[in-house]
Design a protein around this ligand. Structure first.
Ligand code: HEC
Length: 234
């Protein structure tokens, strides 16, 4: 016990002796017992680097990188609507409803024409596959990968009850925007225009369900939907 107190006193003296060093300014690298990733290898802006073959520390963005708010080539054909518009308005385009009632059809703000409707649906497929497929499945049948991990009650979008006649485009747009029960809201993640593109693509998936079972049926329904949108745009 005697030695314990002695050891304790020595440790205490050391700690107290070292503490006053805190707060003093020194050009030396500080002694850190727990570095907590405070110091990491990095390159200062504009500094040269031996690591990269071209000797430059600064890296160019990866090909295809697009700053938020800029349109990629080819997307400008979509009626000149800014791609990153998230809403806030009260019209059909922003809410899916007209005077409190859900309505059908693509809003004219999309500026859909015969020429850009293909790009529009392709965009819908891309956005659907990124945001919706994990739950609703590639074909919209509600059997996405998350169903295997216990997300309950994922809607099968190919059912009759979700067809245009009973479940208007505007309602689907609203669910995408604001979510429902276990499904989250996408109004902060998916721009307005893309949400409508997803609605159009889900309609294509529904048509695909009705088509005869073949490998190309989704493609065919996709084309049929494209035709339909083209007609509507005229
Ligand atoms: C995290 C999983 C998940 C994701 C991702 C998801 N959903 Fe859902 N979705 C659900 C669930 C669960 C329901 C059933 C909600 C309910 O009625 O309880 C649902 C319901 C729906 C419905 C029917 C709502 C109603 O009125 O009954 C539509 C339409 C829909 N989702 C479309 C989409 C679209 C389009 C996307 C992509 C933008 C998407 N969902 C992304 C889980 C998801």
């Amino acid at each position: 016990m005697k030695y314990f107190f002695l050891a304790y006193a020595i440790v205490a003296a050391l700690v107290i002796g070292l503490l006053p060093m805190r707060g003093e300014k020194s050009p030396e690298t500080p002694l850190r017992l727990f570095p907590d990733m405070d110091d990491q290898d990095r390159l200062d802006a504009q500094a040269p680097s031996e690591f990269f073959a071209d000797g430059a520390g600064g890296r160019h963005p990866v090909d295809g990188t697009r700053p938020l708010g800029f349109q990629a080539d080819g997307e400008t054909e979509l009626g000149g609507i800014p791609s990153y518009e998230f809403g806030g308005g009260t019209g059909y385009y922003e809410t899916g409803g007209i005077e409190g009632y859900y309505s059908n059809g693509m809003p004219e703000e999309l500026g859909l024409t015969e020429d850009n409707v293909v790009t529009f649906l392709r965009r819908g497929r891309e956005v659907y596959n990124i945001n919706c497929m994990p739950c609703h499945g590639e074909s919209g049948d509600g059997l996405g990968v998350t169903a295997n991990y216990g997300v309950p009650g994922i809607a099968n979008l190919t059912l009759e009850s979700f067809q245009q006649a009973t479940y208007p485009d505007g309602r689907m747009f609203d669910v995408i925007s604001n979510g429902k029960n276990n499904m989250g809201a996408y109004k902060h993640n998916i721009p307005l225009r893309d949400r409508w593109a997803v609605v159009a693509y889900v309609r294509a998936l529904q048509l695909a369900r009705k088509a005869p079972l073949s490998e190309s049926s989704i493609q065919e329904a996709f084309e049929a939907q494209m035709e339909e949108q083209k007609q509507a745009a005229q």
